[in-house]
Write a protein that binds this ligand. Structure first.
Ligand SMILES: [Zn+2]
Length: 259
Protein backbone atom coordinates (compact mmCIF):
# COMPACT_ATOMS: atom_id res chain seq x y z
CA UNK A 1 0.00 0.00 0.00
CA UNK A 2 1.40 3.39 -1.00
CA UNK A 3 1.76 5.50 2.11
CA UNK A 4 0.85 9.16 2.48
CA UNK A 5 1.47 11.78 5.10
CA UNK A 6 -1.38 14.06 5.97
CA UNK A 7 -0.93 13.92 9.73
CA UNK A 8 -3.34 16.76 10.51
CA UNK A 9 -6.17 15.31 8.41
CA UNK A 10 -5.57 11.74 9.59
CA UNK A 11 -5.81 12.97 13.17
CA UNK A 12 -9.10 14.71 12.32
CA UNK A 13 -10.42 11.37 10.95
CA UNK A 14 -9.16 9.58 14.07
CA UNK A 15 -10.65 11.93 16.67
CA UNK A 16 -13.99 12.35 14.88
CA UNK A 17 -14.34 8.59 14.31
CA UNK A 18 -13.65 7.91 17.98
CA UNK A 19 -16.49 10.22 18.93
CA UNK A 20 -18.85 8.82 16.29
CA UNK A 21 -18.21 5.34 17.68
CA UNK A 22 -18.57 6.43 21.31
CA UNK A 23 -21.89 8.09 20.59
CA UNK A 24 -23.16 5.08 18.66
CA UNK A 25 -23.86 7.26 15.65
CA UNK A 26 -22.06 5.03 13.10
CA UNK A 27 -23.22 1.47 13.62
CA UNK A 28 -21.35 -1.31 11.76
CA UNK A 29 -19.79 0.30 8.67
CA UNK A 30 -22.48 3.01 8.52
CA UNK A 31 -21.40 6.52 7.62
CA UNK A 32 -18.41 7.92 5.77
CA UNK A 33 -16.15 10.98 5.80
CA UNK A 34 -13.93 12.96 3.47
CA UNK A 35 -11.59 15.96 3.47
CA UNK A 36 -10.70 18.01 0.38
CA UNK A 37 -7.03 18.92 -0.03
CA UNK A 38 -4.61 20.40 -2.51
CA UNK A 39 -2.34 17.55 -3.63
CA UNK A 40 0.74 18.12 -5.73
CA UNK A 41 0.91 14.56 -7.07
CA UNK A 42 0.11 14.32 -10.79
CA UNK A 43 -2.59 11.84 -11.78
CA UNK A 44 -1.34 9.57 -14.56
CA UNK A 45 -3.76 9.21 -17.49
CA UNK A 46 -3.58 5.40 -17.23
CA UNK A 47 -5.15 5.74 -13.78
CA UNK A 48 -8.15 7.78 -14.98
CA UNK A 49 -11.59 6.50 -13.94
CA UNK A 50 -14.57 8.30 -15.48
CA UNK A 51 -16.77 10.13 -12.99
CA UNK A 52 -20.60 9.95 -13.33
CA UNK A 53 -20.71 13.70 -12.67
CA UNK A 54 -18.62 16.68 -13.78
CA UNK A 55 -16.73 18.33 -10.92
CA UNK A 56 -15.01 21.34 -12.54
CA UNK A 57 -14.32 23.09 -9.21
CA UNK A 58 -12.34 20.05 -8.04
CA UNK A 59 -10.07 19.96 -11.10
CA UNK A 60 -6.55 19.13 -9.91
CA UNK A 61 -7.63 18.79 -6.27
CA UNK A 62 -7.66 15.65 -4.14
CA UNK A 63 -9.95 14.07 -1.57
CA UNK A 64 -9.16 11.86 1.42
CA UNK A 65 -12.11 9.45 1.74
CA UNK A 66 -13.00 6.59 4.07
CA UNK A 67 -12.90 3.14 2.47
CA UNK A 68 -15.87 0.90 1.71
CA UNK A 69 -16.92 -1.19 4.72
CA UNK A 70 -14.66 0.68 7.14
CA UNK A 71 -15.91 1.10 10.72
CA UNK A 72 -15.73 4.31 12.75
CA UNK A 73 -14.57 2.38 15.82
CA UNK A 74 -11.58 1.00 13.85
CA UNK A 75 -10.75 4.31 12.11
CA UNK A 76 -10.72 5.81 15.61
CA UNK A 77 -7.99 3.38 16.65
CA UNK A 78 -5.81 3.64 13.55
CA UNK A 79 -7.07 5.74 10.63
CA UNK A 80 -4.36 5.11 8.03
CA UNK A 81 -5.43 1.70 6.58
CA UNK A 82 -9.02 2.93 6.23
CA UNK A 83 -8.50 6.22 4.36
CA UNK A 84 -7.73 6.54 0.64
CA UNK A 85 -6.34 9.51 -1.28
CA UNK A 86 -8.05 10.16 -4.63
CA UNK A 87 -7.03 12.80 -7.14
CA UNK A 88 -9.34 14.55 -9.58
CA UNK A 89 -8.01 15.03 -13.12
CA UNK A 90 -7.30 18.49 -14.49
CA UNK A 91 -10.42 18.28 -16.71
CA UNK A 92 -12.67 17.55 -13.70
CA UNK A 93 -14.13 14.50 -15.45
CA UNK A 94 -12.00 11.68 -14.04
CA UNK A 95 -10.42 10.58 -10.80
CA UNK A 96 -7.83 8.07 -9.75
CA UNK A 97 -6.43 6.40 -6.67
CA UNK A 98 -3.15 7.83 -5.37
CA UNK A 99 -2.45 6.25 -1.98
CA UNK A 100 -3.84 4.49 1.09
CA UNK A 101 -7.07 2.46 1.02
CA UNK A 102 -7.97 1.86 -2.64
CA UNK A 103 -11.55 0.62 -2.17
CA UNK A 104 -13.50 3.86 -1.54
CA UNK A 105 -16.92 4.28 0.04
CA UNK A 106 -19.78 3.75 -2.42
CA UNK A 107 -20.63 7.37 -1.67
CA UNK A 108 -17.56 8.59 -3.63
CA UNK A 109 -19.60 10.28 -6.42
CA UNK A 110 -21.84 11.92 -3.80
CA UNK A 111 -18.82 13.19 -1.82
CA UNK A 112 -17.22 14.54 -5.00
CA UNK A 113 -20.46 16.28 -6.09
CA UNK A 114 -20.76 17.88 -2.64
CA UNK A 115 -17.09 18.93 -2.50
CA UNK A 116 -17.55 20.49 -5.94
CA UNK A 117 -20.46 22.61 -4.60
CA UNK A 118 -18.55 23.50 -1.43
CA UNK A 119 -15.45 24.57 -3.37
CA UNK A 120 -17.71 26.86 -5.39
CA UNK A 121 -19.95 28.29 -2.65
CA UNK A 122 -18.18 27.78 0.69
CA UNK A 123 -14.52 26.92 -0.03
CA UNK A 124 -13.61 27.17 3.67
CA UNK A 125 -15.67 24.02 4.37
CA UNK A 126 -13.26 21.23 3.45
CA UNK A 127 -14.75 18.35 5.44
CA UNK A 128 -17.86 16.21 4.88
CA UNK A 129 -19.25 13.86 7.50
CA UNK A 130 -22.14 11.42 7.04
CA UNK A 131 -23.54 9.39 9.92
CA UNK A 132 -26.72 7.78 11.36
CA UNK A 133 -27.83 9.28 14.72
CA UNK A 134 -31.05 7.54 15.88
CA UNK A 135 -32.66 10.68 17.33
CA UNK A 136 -32.34 12.47 13.96
CA UNK A 137 -33.52 9.54 11.84
CA UNK A 138 -36.52 9.21 14.18
CA UNK A 139 -37.58 12.78 13.33
CA UNK A 140 -38.27 11.62 9.74
CA UNK A 141 -41.04 9.35 11.05
CA UNK A 142 -43.01 12.21 12.65
CA UNK A 143 -46.01 13.06 10.42
CA UNK A 144 -45.38 16.41 8.73
CA UNK A 145 -41.62 16.43 9.41
CA UNK A 146 -40.88 16.10 5.72
CA UNK A 147 -39.33 19.45 4.86
CA UNK A 148 -36.54 21.76 5.89
CA UNK A 149 -38.70 24.51 7.46
CA UNK A 150 -40.95 22.32 9.61
CA UNK A 151 -38.02 20.34 11.03
CA UNK A 152 -35.85 23.44 11.58
CA UNK A 153 -38.66 25.43 13.25
CA UNK A 154 -39.78 22.59 15.53
CA UNK A 155 -36.38 21.26 16.58
CA UNK A 156 -34.03 24.26 16.64
CA UNK A 157 -36.53 26.22 18.76
CA UNK A 158 -36.06 23.79 21.68
CA UNK A 159 -32.65 25.02 22.86
CA UNK A 160 -31.53 28.63 23.11
CA UNK A 161 -28.25 28.34 21.20
CA UNK A 162 -29.27 25.86 18.50
CA UNK A 163 -30.70 28.45 16.11
CA UNK A 164 -27.81 30.76 16.91
CA UNK A 165 -25.34 28.16 15.63
CA UNK A 166 -27.59 27.07 12.75
CA UNK A 167 -29.52 30.25 11.75
CA UNK A 168 -30.24 28.89 8.26
CA UNK A 169 -31.78 25.75 9.70
CA UNK A 170 -31.38 22.21 8.42
CA UNK A 171 -31.50 21.13 4.79
CA UNK A 172 -33.68 18.15 3.89
CA UNK A 173 -33.53 15.56 1.09
CA UNK A 174 -36.37 13.08 0.58
CA UNK A 175 -35.50 9.40 0.65
CA UNK A 176 -33.13 8.37 -2.14
CA UNK A 177 -31.19 5.20 -2.84
CA UNK A 178 -28.19 5.11 -0.44
CA UNK A 179 -24.98 5.86 -2.29
CA UNK A 180 -26.80 7.19 -5.35
CA UNK A 181 -25.59 10.16 -7.31
CA UNK A 182 -29.09 11.71 -6.98
CA UNK A 183 -28.65 11.79 -3.22
CA UNK A 184 -25.30 13.52 -3.65
CA UNK A 185 -26.57 16.06 -6.16
CA UNK A 186 -29.65 16.96 -4.08
CA UNK A 187 -27.43 17.32 -1.01
CA UNK A 188 -24.97 19.50 -2.92
CA UNK A 189 -27.86 21.79 -3.86
CA UNK A 190 -29.00 22.01 -0.20
CA UNK A 191 -25.47 22.63 1.05
CA UNK A 192 -25.23 25.91 -0.82
CA UNK A 193 -27.56 27.22 1.96
CA UNK A 194 -27.10 24.83 4.90
CA UNK A 195 -24.28 23.20 6.85
CA UNK A 196 -26.41 20.21 7.76
CA UNK A 197 -28.69 18.12 5.54
CA UNK A 198 -31.04 15.48 6.90
CA UNK A 199 -31.41 12.48 4.58
CA UNK A 200 -34.95 11.17 5.11
CA UNK A 201 -35.03 7.81 6.95
CA UNK A 202 -31.23 7.56 6.54
CA UNK A 203 -29.07 9.99 8.52
CA UNK A 204 -27.28 13.30 8.44
CA UNK A 205 -24.72 15.00 6.24
CA UNK A 206 -22.61 17.71 7.90
CA UNK A 207 -19.89 19.99 6.56
CA UNK A 208 -17.24 22.04 8.30
CA UNK A 209 -13.74 23.46 8.02
CA UNK A 210 -12.67 20.20 9.68
CA UNK A 211 -14.45 16.93 10.48
CA UNK A 212 -14.42 17.96 14.15
CA UNK A 213 -16.13 21.23 13.14
CA UNK A 214 -18.79 19.33 11.16
CA UNK A 215 -19.25 17.08 14.21
CA UNK A 216 -19.88 20.19 16.37
CA UNK A 217 -22.87 21.19 14.26
CA UNK A 218 -24.16 17.62 14.19
CA UNK A 219 -23.98 17.56 18.01
CA UNK A 220 -25.98 20.78 18.30
CA UNK A 221 -28.79 19.46 16.08
CA UNK A 222 -28.74 16.05 17.76
CA UNK A 223 -29.00 17.64 21.23
CA UNK A 224 -32.12 19.56 20.22
CA UNK A 225 -33.61 16.39 18.72
CA UNK A 226 -32.98 14.56 21.98
CA UNK A 227 -34.77 17.35 23.89
CA UNK A 228 -37.68 16.83 21.48
CA UNK A 229 -37.82 13.09 22.16
CA UNK A 230 -37.46 13.50 25.93
CA UNK A 231 -40.41 15.88 25.94
CA UNK A 232 -42.46 13.56 23.75
CA UNK A 233 -41.56 10.56 25.96
CA UNK A 234 -42.81 12.53 28.97
CA UNK A 235 -46.11 13.13 27.18
CA UNK A 236 -45.37 16.82 26.58
CA UNK A 237 -46.12 18.38 23.21
CA UNK A 238 -43.08 20.67 22.68
CA UNK A 239 -43.94 24.36 22.30
CA UNK A 240 -40.47 25.82 21.75
CA UNK A 241 -39.02 29.32 21.94
CA UNK A 242 -41.16 31.94 20.18
CA UNK A 243 -40.06 33.36 16.83
CA UNK A 244 -39.90 36.86 18.38
CA UNK A 245 -37.52 35.60 21.06
CA UNK A 246 -35.41 33.77 18.48
CA UNK A 247 -35.16 36.91 16.34
CA UNK A 248 -34.10 38.90 19.41
CA UNK A 249 -31.33 36.40 20.19
CA UNK A 250 -30.10 36.31 16.58
CA UNK A 251 -30.15 40.13 16.35
CA UNK A 252 -28.08 40.40 19.56
CA UNK A 253 -25.40 38.20 17.98
CA UNK A 254 -25.59 39.83 14.52
CA UNK A 255 -26.94 36.67 12.88
CA UNK A 256 -30.47 37.76 12.02
CA UNK A 257 -29.53 38.24 8.37
CA UNK A 258 -28.66 34.54 8.18
CA UNK A 259 -32.08 33.50 9.55
ZN1 LIG B 1 -25.55 6.23 5.40
Amino acid sequence: MTKFSFAEQLNDFKITSEWLARRGWSEAAGGNMSIRIDALTKLHEDDHIKLPVEVPYLAGKAVLLTGSGTRAREIGENPEPHIGLFKISDDGLHYGWIAGNHNPSMELPAHFAIHNALERHRPEDKAILHTHPASLISLCHVPGFDNSKTISDNILSLQSEARLILPEGIGFVEHELPGSLELGLKSAEQLTRHHLVLWQYHGLLATGETLAGAFDKLEVFEKSARVYWQLRAAGIDPVGISEAETRKTLAAFGRLNRY
